[in-house]
Design a protein around this ligand. Structure first.
Ligand code: TZP
Ligand code: MG
Length: 262
């Protein structure tokens, strides 16, 4: 999966503590079979050297299904297992440093908790942004909810892929989509479910149903590199209203140029 072809709809993240006694790889395979189209290894307890086996197994799994594999926190581990990219937090190394370490082809995502942080992430060259926590969640302790208002702000402004995250379940997914999200991430709702495949399938169905509605409502696509890209054709635009972010201000690396300045 190259940066140039990168997009997704349903993001699944590991959380072994949510499924005691069940195998991590089986749970993540179920999530993928249900429709998760990007997977992240996130483990705040285990030291990176002990995560190597899991990271390798997840790399093998995601490669088999053709979905991108992202490693939270550890760029060196991402490189070692040939992951597609890394996910950073606000307190982690800056995007520019991760880019230097990883080279031009890896995906770099970052968690953001406000529209100001989102703007900064776009300026710094992030490939995607996490927007949240939408709701309070024990999966991210100590981080207050940013709320649906932040989702609305992102929908109005952010033109790179962004994913709503934090406390999202089948009970509230519709209101997150109503607020303008086109991509969802659910951690405990998927991997903590007795049937991760079914939860993924239902979340993905909600996302794609909404997307079909947007496509039907949309005006004919404007001319330009974005409307011509295969990725746009596959997933549709991020919303005609998500046009104010100044893409021109983002650093233009070789991969940016390959994907027509995106
Ligand atoms: N970043 C923002 S909220 C969150 C992360 C990693 C945790 C989301 O987990 P859950 O279980 O879907 O609330
Ligand atoms: Mg981190």
């Amino acid at each position: 999966m190259s940066r140039a072809a990168f997009d997704f709809r349903l993001y699944a993240i590991t959380a072994e503590s949510c499924h005691p006694g069940r195998d991590l790889i089986e749970v993540m395979e179920a999530a993928i079979r249900g429709g998760a189209d990007i997977v992240q290894l996130r483990d705040k307890e285990t030291p990176p050297e002990r995560l190597l086996g899991q990271a390798r197994a997840l790399r093998e799994l995601t490669r088999r299904y053709g979905v991108p594999f992202i490693v939270n926190d550890y760029p060196e581990l991402a490189l070692e297992v040939e992951a597609d990219g890394v996910h950073l937090g606000q307190e982690d190394m800056p995007i520019a440093e991760a880019r230097r370490l990883l080279g031009g082809d890896k995906i770099i995502g970052i968690s953001t908790h406000s529209i100001e942080q989102a703007r900064e992430a776009v300026r710094a060259g992030a490939d995607y942004i996490g927007v949240g926590p939408v709701y309070p969640t024990p999966t991210k302790p100590g981080r207050p909810a940013a709320g649906l208002e932040y989702v609305r702000q992102a929908a109005a402004e952010i033109a790179i892929p962004w994913v709503a995250i934090g406390g999202i379940t089948l009970d509230n997914a519709d209101e997150v989509l109503d607020a303008g999200a086109r991509r969802l991430c659910a951690v405990s709702a998927i991997v903590g479910s007795p049937d991760p495949e079914a939860v993924s399938r239902e979340l993905k169905a909600r996302i794609t149903a909404r997307e079909a509605g947007h496509a039907a409502d949309a005006a004919p696509p404007a001319e330009g590199p974005d409307s011509a890209s295969p990725q746009r054709a596959r997933y549709g635009d991020d919303g005609a209203n998500a046009r104010r972010t100044d893409r021109a201000a983002r650093p233009q690396g070789p991969a940016d140029r390959r994907r027509g300045g995106r």
